[in-house]
Design a protein around this ligand. Structure first.
Ligand SMILES: O=C(O)[C@H](O)[C@@H](O)[C@H](O)[C@H](O)COP(=O)(O)O
Length: 324
C-alpha cells in the first residue's frame, strides 16, 4: 500500500492517511491537502476536538481538471473506539449539513453489526441539537428477513441504539416489508427506492445510472463481506437490480435482502467501520499491494465511481498492513 499523505490527527497518537486505491483513476492518486481544522462553525465551535478530515469544501464533488468523475479513498486508524465514534459522528454531521443544504434531504444508509453502536455520539450533544434531523431519510444496505422486533433485525438494532434517540420523522425511516418473502421484500424495497428517486428524495448518479445515496455507513465482516454480499456468492455480481436477496447467507440468519454493488458504488460517501483483530486478514487483502485480482473479496469490489470511501479502523484491524 502506498500512502499519498499522512498527518497527525486530533486524538493522541491518531493518524490520518490518504490511501491510493490500487485500481484508482489518475485523479484519485493526487494527494489532497490535509488540514486539521474545519470551517463548519456549528460543530467546530461546540466541539473541543479538531477535525481528522479535510474541510467539507475540499471534499465536495471531487473532480478532475477535465471535469470527469473521480473517487477518493481515505484510511483513518484510531487508538481507541471512543475516538473512532467521535470522528464518525463529526463526519456524519458535516455531511448531513452539506447535503441538507445542497439537496434539501440527507439520505443515509445503515448496515447492521458494530457500526450501529459506533453512531452513538450522534445521539448526544452537540450533535443531537445541531443536526437537522428533519432532513434525514434512513435506509438499510442489508436487512435480515425477520420480524422487526426480532433479535436478528437490523431495524431493531438501529431503532434501539440510534433511531429512537434522535428526532428523525418516522415516515422517513424505510424499513423493509418483512411480511413478504426474501424475494418479495427485495422487489418491494427496490420499488420504494424508485418512487423516492421520482419524488426527488434520493438522487441518481449521472455516472452510473443507479441511485446515489449521500452516505452509506457500513461494517465489514471478517470474511470481507459488506452488506449481505458474501465472498463467492453469485449476488455479488448482480449488475441490474438495485436490491436483491439471499436465502443462504453463510452468516445467520440465512434470508436477507441487500443493496447490490452498483448501488453501493454509486454512493457519494461511504464510511466503512472496521475494527478488531478478526478483520485484519480481510483488511490486509483489501488494502495491501499484494493482491490477487482474480479472487476479490466483496469489500475489494467497493469502488466509488464519483465519491469518497473512508475506512474508520483501529490498530488491530490494520495490524497486518506492513507499510504503515
Ligand atoms: O446484516 C448484517 O449481517 C450486517 O449488516 C453485516 O454486513 C455487518 O455489517 C458486518 O458483518 C460487520 O459486522 P460487525 O461490525 O459486527 O463485525
Amino acid at each position: 500500500m502506498s500512502l499519498s499523505a499522512v498527518a497527525s490527527a486530533a486524538a493522541a497518537s491518531t493518524s490520518l492517511s490518504s490511501v491510493n486505491p490500487r485500481r484508482s483513476s489518475p485523479a484519485s492518486r493526487v494527494p489532497a491537502p490535509l488540514r486539521r481544522s474545519l470551517p463548519w462553525r456549528p460543530l467546530s465551535s461546540s466541539s473541543s476536538s479538531r477535525s481528522l478530515l479535510r474541510p467539507v469544501s475540499a471534499m465536495a464533488s471531487p473532480r478532475t481538471a477535465a471535469g470527469e468523475a473521480a473517487s477518493r479513498k481515505n484510511l483513518i486508524i484510531f487508538d481507541a473506539e471512543e475516538d473512532l465514534a467521535a470522528s464518525l459522528a463529526k463526519r456524519t454531521a458535516e455531511l448531513s449539513a452539506r447535503f441538507a443544504a445542497e439537496r434539501g434531504t440527507f439520505t443515509v444508509v445503515l448496515s447492521g453489526g458494530s457500526l450501529v453502536k459506533a453512531l452513538r455520539k450522534l445521539t448526544e450533544p452537540p450533535y443531537l441539537e445541531a443536526v437537522d434531523w428533519s432532513k434525514w431519510h434512513v435506509f438499510w444496505v442489508d436487512e435480515r428477513v425477520v420480524p422487526k422486533d426480532h433479535a436478528d433485525s437490523n431495524y431493531k438494532l438501529a431503532s434501539d441504539e440510534f433511531l429512537s434517540k434522535v428526532p428523525i420523522p418516522a415516515g422517513q425511516v424505510y424499513a423493509i416489508n418483512n411480511a413478504l418473502s426474501a424475494e418479495g421484500a427485495a422487489e418491494d424495497y427496490e420499488t420504494r427506492l424508485r418512487q423516492l428517486v421520482k419524488d426527488g428524495v434520493i438522487g441518481m448518479s449521472p455516472v452510473t445510472g443507479f441511485p446515489k445515496f449521500d452516505l452509506m455507513l457500513m461494517g465489514m465482516g471478517p470474511d470481507g463481506h459488506v452488506a449481505s454480499l458474501f465472498p463467492g456468492h453469485p449476488v455479488v455480481h448482480e449488475n441490474q437490480k438495485w436490491v436483491t436477496f439471499v436465502k443462504d447467507s453463510p452468516k445467520p440468519p440465512p434470508e436477507r435482502i441487500t443493496f447490490t454493488l452498483p448501488v453501493i458504488n454509486s454512493s457519494a460517501c461511504i464510511a466503512l467501520v472496521v475494527t478488531g483483530a478478526g478483520k485484519a486478514g480481510a483488511v490486509h487483502k483489501a488494502l495491501s499491494e499484494e493482491q490477487n485480482t482474480s479472487d476479490l473479496l466483496p469489500v475489494e469490489m467497493v469502488s466509488l465511481q464519483d465519491g469518497e470511501l473512508t475506512w474508520f479502523t483501529d490498530k488491530s484491524a490494520v495490524s497486518m498492513l506492513s507499510s504503515l
